[in-house]
Design a protein around this ligand. Sequence first.
Ligand code: BGP
Length: 471
Amino acid sequence: MQELKLPKDFFFGAAMSGPQTEGAWRSGGKLENLWDTWSNEAIDDFHDCVGSYAGNDFTKRHDEDFKLLRSMGLDTMRTSIQWSRFLDENGDVNPEGEAYYHKLFSDAHDAGLEVFVNLYHFDMPTYLFRRGGWENREVVEAYANYAAKAFRAFGKEIRCWFTFNEPIVEPEQRYTAGIWYPFIKNYNRARAVQYNISIAHSLAVREYRVAKAAGLMMDDSRIGLINCFTPPYTKEDPSPADLEAVRMTDGVSNRWWLDIVTKGELPSDVVETLAERGCELPVRPGDDAILREGVVDWLGFNYYHPERVQAPAHDVDEAGCPVFADPYVWPDAVMNESRGWEIYPKGIYDFGMKLAADYPDLDWFVSENGIGIEGERAFKNSDGQIQDDYRIDFVRQHLAWVARAIQEGARCRGYHYWAVIDNWSWNNAFKNRYGFVEVDMQDGYARRPKKSASWLKQVASSHVIMTEEEN
Ligand code: BGP
C-alpha cells in the first residue's frame, strides 16, 4: 500500500444543482423550466416516470442534508440558483425566489458549509426557450441581466461564483445527439448555441467585475466556469486523420472553453476549420471585445470519463453538417455499465498535467467526479446499509491521481463529489445512484448513509489516501 497526501488547505465538498435537488417546482412563484416542460409533455421519457417535480426533496430537508455533509467531513458545497425561481417573466427579481436562496445560503453557512454558487445548470426557463433559447441573442442579454441581479442580491453572501456548469452539454444533448428536449440533431445549430453561451458567459463575467468594482461583492470573491472536460485519446498507432479527429474534438469540447477563460478568445484553428466546413458562427460586431471579458479567476473541472475518438467514416452527416470524429472503442476500456461511461482514473491526471503545461497560471478544482450505479439496493447488508465498495474504489483511484498531479505541479485546490446525496439525474431520474448517502424513494426520500460515507469522512478529515502502488 502507498500513502498519498493531499495539501492541508485542499477542500472537500458536495456538488449539486438546483433543478436536481430542490423540487418545490410550483411553489414560491417558480416558473417552468425545460425540465418541467418536458416532464409535463412526455413523462414516459423519464425513468420510472419520475419527472423534475420532486428533486430529492432538498427544499424540505436541506438542514438535515447540511448536517450529513458536515458529518462526512465536508467543508464546501456547490449548488445552482434556478433562473426560473429567482426572476419573473419580466426579468425582475421574484421576491419569494430571492428569499428562498437567502435562507438556503444562510442555513448552509450556519451549518458550517461554504456555498459555491453556479448560475446555470441546463435549466433554461421555458418562456425564454419559446423565444429561441440560446439561439436568440435576446436570451443571451436576458441571462446577463439575470447574472447581474444575482450578484447584487447575493454578492455579500457568496464568495465563489460560476457562470455555467458544463456549457458544452446543452449543445451536445439538446442540439446534436438530440436526446434531450427539444431533440434537435444539427451540429451547426449546436455550435451556434455554444457560441452564444460563450457570449453569455463573458457578459456575466463583465457584470461580475462591474458589481465588484462597485463594492457589491465580497472582497475575496472570485468567478469561474465549470466544464466537463474530456481528455481526448485515440488509437495507439494513429493515422494523421485520427490525430485530426483528436484536434477538433479537443478543440470544440475543451480548448474552446480554456481559451475563453484564460485568453478571452476562441481557438482560431477551431473557428477556421468550422468555417471551412460550412459551420459559420453567429458572430456580431463587438463580440471580440465581449469575449475578452470572459477571462476568469479559476476553473471547475468535472471529470467522469475520457473521450476516445478516431477518424470519421463519413465527412458529413444526414443533416449535411460536418463530422469531425467517430467514437473509438478502446479494447481495454473498463466500463460503468449502468451509465455507459468508461472508468479511467488516470484521465484526471493527464488533463491536470495538460492544464499545468498549457495554462500554467490557472487554478482549478475537481468540481464533479462520481459513479452512478443502477440497482444499488441489491448491495444492502442485513442492517439495510448499501455496501458500495465500488464507489470507495472509484473515488480512491481518482483522488490518488489528483494527489500525484498536485505533487507534479498541477494547481488543483479541491475536490467536489457528485452527488454526495442521491439526486435526480435528468431523464434517468433515480435510475443510477451516485450518493454516499442513499435516498430511499420507498420511504419518503429518507436519507441513509452508505458504507462509503464513513470512508469519505476519514479521507476528508485526514487528507490521506491509501492506495495500491500502481492504479
Ligand atoms: C454532469 C452534470 C450533473 C450530473 C452528472 C451525472 O454532467 O453536471 O448534473 O447529472 O453529470 O450525470 P447523469 O446524472 O446524467 O448520470
